[in-house]
Design a protein around this ligand. Structure first.
Ligand code: ADP
Length: 504
């Protein structure tokens, strides 16, 4: 009887169930979207019950499609949208409010207050994070402060919280397990990434009772058994891996060693660098976070985000109507006739992130001549993904004090050969695209599989890794540095404009 690993992948817009075989190949996948709620500008919520019912449906579909029996599922791994938080009543299992999604900005004014009061250095030292509304802590406080009766119930010990991983685990186990893993805990703003404990001072600052916190465990290891009658024909399957999505993609890319890094070019672009057992504090606006807990220790990462990667291609498609599908961008960009470095697009639609940090900046096109045409703007937009990748890579490289020799890529936009080749050219290093670009789901599967001995060790997993293509730098150094200097000029000019805007 062949055995398999099931990953439950809780994304921001959809839930997926994916079954992997021993060679790391996908055997079956089912996916379904759930509703996004925008109650006010800048707010973003989901219904935790809908996420759970959607999850059950995709697990059911995935199992039926695969033709496997529950006995053939050796273990389950869970990966999830990070920071999104649910608060529920542990007696009834009922959420007291919708889950508040990572991108929700409702607590931004409160975060500004905390910063003005001088808390950021302390928070950064303990959590590796900046004070920002993205992280779960201030969202939990908002629920306790704004939902009638919530604070009293929390203080009585009736309410608990978790990110989506723990919510799904709780439901899979019918309320037996209230747990999360180190990677998810490290995104709450409440967890000390050095002592590996919930931090009393931070909990007190955000007025969150400690009794609400999930138990934190290594990402790979036994969590609990499933207990839901209408799933897996009632059979108890062990849940053996939990990990946040970006960390999971890092593991799925086999960045097991210090100095190995990947970027996931989805809607945004997130680069993570394995810094081994050392939590490096960034001087360049990167976050320090826990990658995973495995074999009795944790691995730390440095993480930096490009706000607009694939989303700039969506902008070409949906707003400019230059292309019909994201994939078309490659075809049209190849027809651009302007020399590189003539026209630049800076897709700062929602401001500039690391290392520039200018929230007033907005998207800009530079260097249009009379002959500049649609295809040139498409090409410049694709190139902006490469330039921004270099911005982040240089910041991380400085923090590490090491030159980075290879970048692994995944996410929707990595299928675009122009983006990937140009990134290699502008970085001057090799860029590697794996055959299996479903790295997020693979990471959780690997961690669960390692826990039950399905894969022996990291080497066993590495043996599975297949590379689709390595892109080598083809540009000479002078050209590379000229183009990148041109990009930096654009960013500088944009920041002058945004200074002016701020003053108006
Ligand atoms: P997410 O998980 O953030 O939704 P995905 O990894 O599914 O992202 O990638 C989707 C993003 O990748 C979209 O923004 C889309 O525009 C972009 N994308 C997908 N295919 C291509 C392509 N061939 N060329 C450029 N961009 C692409």
């Amino acid at each position: 009887m062949n055995e398999y690993i099931l990953t439950i992948d809780e994304g921001t817009t959809s839930a997926r169930a994916i079954i992997f075989d021993h060679s790391g190949e996908i055997v079956s996948v089912a996916q379904q979207e759930f509703t996004q709620y925008y109650p006010k500008p800048g707010w973003l919520e989901q219904d935790p019950i809908e996420i759970w019912t959607t999850t059950m449906e995709v697990i059911g579909k995935c199992m039926i499609q695969s033709g496997l029996t529950p006995e053939q599922i050796k273990a389950i791994g869970i990966t999830n949208q990070r920071e999104t938080v649910v608060v529920w009543d542990k007696n009834t299992g009922t959420p007291v409010y919708n889950d508040i999604v990572w991108g929700d900005r409702r607590t931004a004014p409160y975060c500004d207050e905390l910063k003005a009061q001088g808390y950021e250095p302390m928070v950064k030292e303990k959590t590796g994070l900046i004070i920002d509304s993205y992280f779960s802590g201030t969202k939990i406080k908002w629920i306790l402060d704004n939902v009638k009766g919530a604070r009293e119930a929390a203080e009585k010990g009736d309410l608990i919280f978790s990110n989506i991983d723990g919510w799904i685990l709780w439901n899979l186990t019918k309320g037996e397990a209230h747990m999360t893993d180190y990677s998810n805990a490290s995104r709450t703003l409440l967890f000390n990434i050095h002592t590996l404990d919930w931090d009393d001072e931070l909990l007190e600052l955000l007025t969150i009772p400690k009794s609400m916190c999930p138990e934190v465990r290594p990402s790979s290891g036994h969590f609990a058994y499933t207990k839901v009658h209408n799933l897996f024909e009632g059979k108890a399957i062990p849940i053996e891996g939990i990990i946040g999505d970006q960390m999971s993609a890092t593991f799925g890319q086999c960045c097991f060693q210090k100095g190995q890094c990947k970027i996931t070019w989805g809607t945004a672009g997130t680069m993570t660098m394995n810094t081994g057992d050392e939590a490096i504090e960034s001087k360049n606006g990167m976050l320090t976070t826990i990658g995973w807990g495995l074999n009795g220790k944790v691995q730390y990462l440095l993480e930096g985000t490009v706000y607009n990667a694939g989303s700039s291609v969506q902008w070409l498609r949906d707003e400019m109507k230059f292309i019909e599908s994201s994939g078309d961008s490659e075809f049209f960009a190849a027809k651009s006739t302007l020399p590189l470095g003539t026209c630049y697009v800076v897709p700062a639609f929602s401001g500039l992130g690391a290392p520039w940090w200018d929230s007033y900046a907005r998207g800009t096109i530079f260097g249009l001549s009379r002959g500049a045409a649609k295809n040139d703007v498409i090409r410049a937009t694709l190139d902006s993904i490469g330039y921004q990748t270099r911005d982040i890579l240089e910041s991380i490289s400085q923090d590490m004090g090491e030159k980075i020799e290879l970048l692994r890529v995944d996410g929707g936009a990595c299928n675009n050969n122009i983006i990937t080749q140009f990134t290699s050219d502008i970085l001057g290093i090799n860029v590697e695209r794996p055959s299996n670009v479903e790295t997020t789901a693979a990471g959780a599967a690997y961690l669960a599989g390692l826990s039950v001995g399905y894969w022996k060790d990291e080497q066993d997993i590495l043996n599975n890794r297949k590379v689709d293509k390595v892109f080598h730098p083809e540009m000479d150094t002078a050209q590379r540095e000229r183009l990148y200097a041109g990009w930096k000029n654009c960013v500088k000019a944009l920041m002058v404009w945004s200074e002016g805007e701020k003053a108006l």
